[in-house]
Write a protein that binds this ligand. Sequence first.
Ligand code: FES
Length: 139
Amino acid sequence: MTIRPNRRTILLATGAAALVAGCGDNGDGSTSTEQTAGTTETADGEELTTTDDIPVGGGKIFKDEQVVVTQPEDGEFKAFSSTCTHQQCTVATVSDGTINCTCHGSRFNITDGSVARPPATRPLPEKEITVEGNSIRLA
Ligand code: FES
């Protein structure tokens, strides 16, 4: 197969070359590079927290990730959606074995997300996490 360049392919090639030439040139003689040093992302998902950060018999809410991670028993980690199943408030606290929504008082068990106190009627959906060493990642 022979490719015959036409005006369009030549323009595209010229534009691509210009883009490549422009990459990393800050116009002052220096160059820029993208670095990701310090990030802990892997193909398995981003690191959410460490096991040391989750109290035994309690948990921690990660608002940005919309997840609450609990540790019902020493070394047993669970994760649930932090969105209350009643009217979609973000749960506010984890205490005394429950994940608590302060909007209308619903509570969910840290062991399985089931409703411990209405008005919510549905459990918090479980989220998948992986625990590797002391690192907890969203799956
Ligand atoms: S939204 Fe959580 S109790 Fe109503």
